[in-house]
Design a protein around this ligand. Structure first.
Ligand SMILES: *Cc1c(COP(=O)(O)O)cnc(C)c1O
Length: 389
């Protein structure tokens, strides 16, 4: 059997026809920018995230850039965020002219360590940019308290967390702005790029909408240097079909995650995702990420000379799983602060020890809503085979 890390094919067989009908309708209408599909998606997404306004845009990266710009964050400003994220989190900060300041992560949940935020605040700090990584929500009560106490803005990176909530309230509804991605592999994925911003602030929503359309509040009248960042009508049509199923898909992800937790809790070499999941932290399980803590399994696997040359236990584990037909992905092998593109920020190996250690140990197991129990049992059996206990 071959198990993919994620699969969009299963979703296509569930809702493919409905999507095709919606696409044909838009295509035949001859209206491909804006229009009814985009408006209705924005309304529905604001409702789903319990926010007053949702503005759609071209990608999650653009959502972050538009959010930062709408809050007037730019040259000379600092934004506190996590280095354990997809590159775009920091890239957005840099691309508006500001500087990302990374704090280390909490080894329990891999999210920005809340106790380190205040120490990182300087006179130049303008905002905190928490990342609900893998779909695990941060403690937004604490973040908002720190932000209010220090007069900082909060931009939530919800790219992996559509459908996640903190204390029963959706992520993206706490901060000044929430930023979502509809990249195909996210929990709510388009058939291409897409993104959205959520906010309760009328003026921010208005500014973001204008910035996303060339800084143009009225046709051919430009008050800002903006962007061309819109959600295509065709993508909106797809997202309208998918959004109403998001909660069901997250429940399915949750079941798969709980089953992994139950079946893998026996193995000391495996560190499972946070044990502190409660009613407060409603995880959306975009990824199920474990850590490989030692090499006690090494005698059980057929290593090749190529495998042995990699020095991480995690990489050996990944190679062996691959050999057995289980395909996995590493999110993320190199933290942002050690990426060559960020050399000039001055971080070194050892600057963020927990982030760096976790990057060497993490591996994401296959998870997708339509994953069959026979597929998941296969993954679990192969892991058991590797640990052979
Ligand atoms: C995917 C992702 C982004 C960027 O979203 P795109 O739609 O790919 O531009 C930003 N931050 C995080 C944490 C992501 O996972």
């Amino acid at each position: 059997m071959q198990i993919p890390p994620f699969s969009l094919e299963a979703q296509i067989s569930e809702i493919g026809e409905e999507i095709e009908e919606a696409l044909i309708k838009v295509f035949r209408s001859g209206k491909y920018i804006g229009g009814e599909e985009v408006t209705s998606f924005e309304k529905a997404f604001a409702l789903a995230t319990e926010t007053s306004y949702s503005v759609s845009c071209n990608s999650g990266t653009d959502a972050l850039i538009l959010a930062l710009r709408s809050l007037n964050i730019g040259q000379g400003d600092e934004v506190i965020t996590s280095s354990f994220s997809f590159f775009a989190t920091a890239e957005a900060i840099t691309s508006v002219g500001a500087r990302p300041v990374f704090v280390d992560i909490d080894p329990e949940n891999y999210l920005m360590d809340l106790d380190l935020i205040e120490k990182a605040i300087t006179s130049r700090t303008k905002a905190i940019l928490p990342v609900h990584l893998f779909g695990h929500p941060l403690n937004m009560d604490k973040i908002m308290a720190i932000a209010e106490g220090n007069n900082l803005k909060v931009i939530e990176d919800c790219a992996q967390a559509a459908g996640a909530h903190w204390r029963g309230k959706p992520v993206g509804s706490y901060g000044d702005v929430g930023c979502f991605s509809f990249f195909p592999t996210k929990n709510l994925g388009a058939a291409g790029d897409g993104g959205a911003i959520t906010t309760n602030d009328f003026y921010l929503a208005k500014t973001i909408r204008e910035l996303a359309i060339h800084g143009m509040p009225k046709r051919y009248f430009h008050t800002n240097i903006g962007y061309n960042s819109r959600l295509d009508s065709l993508q909106a049509a797809i997202l309208n079909v998918k959004l109403i199923r998001l909660n069901k898909w997250i429940e399915q992800r949750n079941e798969i995650a709980m089953n992994y937790r139950n079946k893998l809790s026996f193995f000391k070499t495996i560190r499972l995702p946070s044990n502190n999941l409660s009613n407060k932290a409603g995880h959306s399980w975009n990824q199920f990420v474990i850590r490989i803590m030692d090499n006690s399994f090494i005698q059980n696997i057929k290593t090749t000379s190529e495998d042995v040359s990699c020095n991480q236990n995690r990489d050996l584990f990944k190679a062996e799983l691959h050999r057995l037909g289980v395909n996995t992905i590493i999110y993320y092998p190199i933290p942002i602060h050690l990426q060559p593109a960020y050399k000039e920020l001055g971080y070194k190996e050892g600057s963020l020890p927990i982030t760096e250690k976790v990057c060497n140990e993490v591996i994401s197991l296959p998870i997708f809503p339509e994953m069959k129990s026979i597929q998941q049992s296969y993954v679990i059996d192969k892991i058991k085979e590797i640990f052979r206990k």
